[in-house]
Design a protein around this ligand. Structure first.
Ligand code: S3P
Length: 428
């Protein structure tokens, strides 16, 4: 197996400005495109996923300009979107596809969407079924479950939905469609998923009612262009929280990391495991709290997590599993069957990847059982095209005895294009 070799480190030191939050960058571009007037986004994530959102918007007649991580979207309202002359390609991005389908359900034209091999195998029925019930016509493989999908949007009717999985992509797709539907649209989830759509819609001037795990909007809400400052992505910071905890010496400072409570499960989990993580200067900008995080070495012990905690750290489970391999005792992660429909089946790919590096991880139907060890041997692992696995294996390499050769490390570009340069900078 060829790959990028990641050497073991004896310590880490430095300040890392993690790139902009992926979920918030997508939403800023999308809401900017739906709004009337210009939207200026700072610290936009230049990962492949968010670039897919900008590219799809352009095909729909919404122009944008980019200079470094600053983006300007020239919105003229959703009525100004035009029928694309070609297939929309969402690349690897579940968020681009599902949120975009929600917005397009109310557009009186026909769109075909597709994506890469991973996205073409991910379930879309969770959004297409509710959008069909609201009035959109959708055709695709397996009864509208798999990309490529063709949708003809139009007149929508508001509805109340009770979802069976806590998914911000599903909630957001329905709520965005609800803005173009008649009457009220409500989504009630089994547990609260990330609430960036609700917060940002309020910032763009739309009334959104939230009560416990239910969210409602009235049809017809108009969005007005805004300035959006995107905080650093806690999902990217998570790799350094684990590295800084287990590298043995040194300190990592992570300024401007988003600490929205629907995303901070990784902080709660690591701190419960014994991590030395401090939140400094918490402040809220554009409706999203952010803080400087400081992490120092600590001894970690295993934990049990499940239930409502899972949606709060769903994307961080691969790197949390790396931490658990080096913690004292057993870690059990349950209620996380959603991992099976992420960019890869992250239950089986995490088990296989970590065991190949000398860890002891068991696969559960809905999670993982990880037996902590004092050290990790290292070896070879593939990202299998999944960005979070690429970065988890690289951190495992830095914390291992023999290093790790990561095949398809380039997958990290989906959410963290500078990742390799940054780990080189902090390694001691
Ligand atoms: C996201 C929601 C989550 C997460 C994904 C981004 C979002 O997916 O895993 O990386 O931006 O809404 P689900 O909503 O499907 O759980």
């Amino acid at each position: 197996m060829r790959g990028v070799f990641i050497k073991p480190v004896s310590g880490v030191e430095g300040e890392i400005r993690v790139p902009g939050d992926k979920s918030i960058s997508h939403r800023a571009a999308l809401l900017g495109g739906m709004a009337h007037g210009d939207t200026h986004i700072s610290n936009f994530l230049l990962g492949q996923d968010c670039l897919s959102t900008l590219r799809c918007l352009k095909q729909l007649g919404v122009p944008s300009e980019r200079e470094g991580t600053e983006v300007w979207i020239h919105g003229k309202g959703m009525e100004a979107w035009t029928e694309p002359t070609d297939v929309l390609d969402a690349g690897n991005s579940g968020t681009t596809s599902r949120l975009m389908l929600g917005v397009l359900a109310g557009s009186p034209f026909t769109v075909t969407m597709t994506g890469d091999a991973s996205l073409r195998s991910r379930p879309m029925r969770r959004v297409t079924d509710p959008l069909k019930l609201m009035g959109a016509q959708i055709m695709g493989r397996l009864g509208g479950n798999l990309f490529p999908l063709t949708m003809s949007g139009g007149q929508l009717q508001g509805q109340t939905f009770r979802t069976t999985v806590a998914s911000a992509q599903v909630k957001s797709a329905i709520i965005l469609a609800g803005l173009r539907a008649s009457g009220v649209t409500t989504v009630e989830e089994p547990a609260l998923s990330r609430d960036h759509t609700e917060r940002m819609l309020r910032g763009f001037g739309v009334e959104v009612l939230s009560e416990k795990t239910a969210v409602s909007v009235h049809g017809g809400g108009l969005l007005t262009g805004q300035d959006v400052s995107v905080p650093g992505d806690i999902s990217s910071a998570a790799f350094f929280l684990v590295l800084g905890s287990l590298a043995g010496s040194g300190e990592i400072i992570l300024p401007n990391v988003g600490v929205n409570p629907t995303r901070t499960g990784i902080l709660d989990a690591l701190i419960t495991m014994g991590a030395d993580i401090e939140l400094i200067d918490v402040l809220e900008i554009c409706g999203e709290p952010r803080a400087t995080l400081r992490v120092r070495p600590a001894k970690l012990r295993g934990i049990e997590i499940g239930g409502d905690m899972i949606p709060r750290l769903i994307d961080e489970i691969p790197i949390l599993a790396v931490a658990a391999c080096l913690a004292e005792g057993e870690t059990v992660i349950r209620d996380a069957a959603e991992l099976r429909v992420k960019e890869s089946d992250r239950i089986s790919t995490v088990v296989e990847g970590l065991n190949a590096l000398g860890a002891k991880v068991e696969e559960l139907p809905d999670g993982l059982r990880i037996h902590g060890q004092p050290s990790l041997r290292g070896g070879q692992a593939s990202s299998l095209g999944d960005h979070r696995l690429a970065m988890a294996w690289a951190i495992a390499g830095m914390l291992s005895k023999e290093g790790v050769s990561v095949e398809d490390m380039a997958a990290a570009d989906v959410s963290y294009p500078d990742f390799m340069a940054v780990i080189k900078k902090v390694a001691q």
